[in-house]
Design a protein around this ligand. Structure first.
Ligand SMILES: Nc1ncnc2c1ncn2[C@@H]1O[C@H](COP(=O)(O)OP(=O)(O)OP(=O)(O)O)[C@@H](O)[C@H]1O
Ligand SMILES: [Mg+2]
Length: 256
């Protein structure tokens, strides 16, 4: 219980089914604040499903998710974003019809104070807020070296640039917990290294992260804590060195 109180994120007996398929079985875990955690497991193990349950895209049939001790039961995804959960997707999710800056601004709207009616009426407070957000958006793009592309349609971006834009949108609202679904998937070795450095910087600034990743070298080199899923069950969790030496993990995953 004391552990639960000091945890940033808690999952309690989470079960998720799709028809007859049990995607997550009795998952209970604690994630302390300030850690870069890796979520690993073979294809189909339930990694993306777990992130979807945490951020509210999937409602589990049983169990609960708590953020800073607060139950998120029945809290929709957009409210969870306001409470401090942000994510990136296994397949980058950007609005193709919008330009780079407008896509980024979607991540900043969790911070707006004017509200929908203020914006509809285009009040002076709404215009001020919009200007402020655009400035902040451009600053963020600069941080991720995307500033010269701000007016380009996202269709023109490379995968690396789209991954960067999705990451900058996720951190725009200054989340308490960042969920990253294979942020390095499909990237070249050099891009993967650059992404790792960016994530290391974010962790250095105190951001907590859960990252789905298949590359064990990357997990070993950078993360603080590892969660292992196998056939929807939490097989093991612990520091990377312990996980790498865990016989159960080796036979279930690393040996495959
Ligand atoms: N929306 C859905 N409807 C039906 N089944 C689903 C759905 N989402 C996931 N599943 C199933 O749940 C299981 C876990 O899938 P999930 O995508 O969470 O795995 P994963 O660990 O992320 O795999 P990968 O490494 O391939 O991304 C799989 O058997 C998958 O087919
Ligand atoms: Mg997945």
């Amino acid at each position: 219980m004391a552990e639960a109180a000091s945890s940033l994120l808690v999952l309690r007996d989470v079960c998720l089914r799709f028809g007859g398929l049990q995607a997550l079985m009795d998952i209970s875990l604690h994630v302390p604040a300030g850690l870069w955690s890796a979520l690993i497991g073979p294809n189909g193990a339930g990694k993306t499903s777990m992130l979807n349950v945490i951020c509210g895209l999937y409602a589990p049939q049983a169990g609960d998710v708590l953020l800073e001790g607060r139950s998120l039961y029945g809290v929709p995804a957009y409210e969870r974003a306001v409470l401090g959960l942000a994510r990136t997707f296994q397949t980058v999710q950007l609005v193709q019809e919008m330009n780079v800056l407008d896509n980024l601004l979607l991540g900043l709207h969790t911070q707006g104070r004017v509200g929908v009616f203020g914006h509809l009426l285009r009040s002076s407070a709404s215009r001020r807020e919009e200007r402020k957000m655009q400035e902040k958006g451009l600053e963020l793009l600069a941080r991720f070296s995307l500033e010269t592309l701000w007016s380009r349609p996202v269709l023109e971006l490379s995968l690396w640039q789209r991954k960067l834009l999705e990451l900058s949108r996720a951190v725009a609202g200054d989340p308490k917990l960042l969920l990253l679904d294979e942020p390095m998937g499909g990237l070249t070795m050099a891009e993967r290294e650059s992404m790792a450095l960016l994530l290391q910087d974010l962790r250095g600034q105190g951001m907590s992260m859960i990252m789905v990743e298949h590359d064990m070298d990357m997990v070993m080199a950078h993360t603080d804590h590892v969660l292992v899923l196998h056939h929807g069950r939490l097989l093991a969790q612990g520091p990377p060195r312990e996980i790498q030496a865990d016989p159960q993990v080796i036979s279930a995953y690393l040996g495959e």
